[in-house]
Design a protein around this ligand. Structure first.
Ligand code: PLP
Length: 381
């Protein structure tokens, strides 16, 4: 039976910068535009009839279906695709993503989390670091780590502390050691409040974390920033295919809200569409969304609508299956992926329990695909 757990108090984790951003005055007035008869010049939104696009069509490769499928975006869908709209994302797309998170991670919608779409997960991570760190804070990150995240962290006014990873990703003993000796080894330095980790197919090591190690890491009073960009690319033994930190947090901690999860469509659909997805405590999402509202309003609704139409035509099961097939194509060196013959579906579908949202890989250190290590990140003080 699924139990309901309390959400952690997120307020103490929010940065001064997160509190300083205020909802955009213009966007606060958006609902007034839908009052019948209102002629609004408020946000500079042009009348749809003045826009030059009649319809947008794209053809899908014969992946999920046995022939190419033509998808056309027109009418209300087109208006939604071409105009400003809610910062967190095109509502139907966000709803689809929430359902996907429920299915993949076994979470329910009433646990205080929300989803926001962003201009790539990289931008969502940048805004999250801004929302959770003050000058002088300490951030834990596993090493070696994704250079894109380090690029952001290096300019944050906080101290960075490495946690060594091994062939199975972040090493829980190393984490324990860093935390238990913190005050002795770093007198006067703030105790860390966030941990950044790439739990599946780590970039650059390729290591993937097992469930048991994730449970250990979940036990500390840290927010876990779970960058799971490769979670769909898993090709290790099925029994080692770990559940996500997001999936585990309630059963490990007896509470939820500690995990900030990042997924991306860059590895599955297209990196040029710039569609990252963030799933977290509603207040963390609000903080990031408020920054976006003030800076670039939202990510592209055109690409969100394309992704929504594509994924909703495939359905959740096939979207997950496509990820597995893409991986098979990737690992076999055959750069095409097609629908498997009946009865030859991936374990994910055979079991009826597809598990992951984005591609993932388990490139162990002995795997030829594993890139070389990058030098450890310099610690800033
Ligand atoms: C571990 C990891 N996280 C995040 C990203 C960035 O993804 P996005 O294209 O959504 O910004 C990448 C891109 O390669 C990555 O390897």
């Amino acid at each position: 039976m699924h139990m309901k757990y309390a959400s952690i108090d997120i307020e103490p984790f929010l940065s001064e910068r997160a509190r300083a951003w205020k909802p955009s005055a213009i966007r606060e007035l958006f609902p007034l535009q839908s009052i019948p008869g209102m002629l609004s010049l408020l946000s500079g939104t042009p009348h749809p009839k003045t826009l030059p696009f009649e319809a947008m069509s794209f053809r899908l490769k014969p992946i999920a279906f046995d022939r190419p499928i033509e998808v056309t975006i027109e009418g209300d869908d087109l208006v939604e695709a071409l105009q400003y709209g809610p910062t967190a994302g095109v509502p139907r797309f966000v709803k689809w993503l929430k359902n996907l998170q429920c299915k993949v991670h076994g979470r329910s919608l009433d646990e205080g989390w929300a989803v926001a779409v962003g201009t790539g997960s990289q931008d969502l991570m940048y805004k999250t670091f801004q929302s959770l760190t003050n000058a002088g804070h300490s951030v834990l990150f596993e090493t070696p780590s994704y250079s894109g995240a380090l690029g952001i962290l290096r300019v944050e006014p906080c101290s960075l502390a490495e946690v060594q990873s091994d062939a199975h990703g972040l090493n829980p003993d190393a984490l324990r050691e860093v935390l238990s000796t913190w005050h002795k080894r770093r007198p006067g330095q703030c105790f860390p409040n966030i941990l950044y980790t790439v739990p599946t197919g780590n970039n650059p090591t390729g290591a993937s974390k097992y469930t048991s190690g994730k449970k250990d890491a979940n036990q500390y009073n840290l927010l876990i920033l779970e960058d799971d960009a490769y979670s769909f690319l898993y090709y290790g033994p099925e029994e080692n295919h770990a559940r996500s930190y997001f999936a585990l947090e309630d059963e490990v901690n007896g509470e939820v809200g500690r995990v900030v999860r990042f997924d991306t469509h860059s590895k599955v659909l297209s990196s040029g569409m710039r569609l990252g997805v963030m799933t977290a405590h509603k207040k963390v999402i609000d903080a990031v969304v408020t920054m976006t509202t003030n800076t670039n309003a939202k990510t592209f609704s055109t690409t969100q609508m394309i992704a929504y139409r594509l994924l909703s035509s495939w359905g959740i099961d096939w979207s997950l299956e496509h990820a597995t097939l893409s991986l098979l194509a990737f690992t076999s060196g055959n750069a095409t992926c097609s629908k498997p013959p009946p009865g030859n579906t991936s374990p994910a579908l055979r079991n009826g329990t597809p598990r992951k949202l984005a591609f993932s890989s388990t490139r162990s250190s002995s795997c030829p695909l594993a890139p070389t290590r990058i030098p450890s990140c310099e610690r800033r003080r």
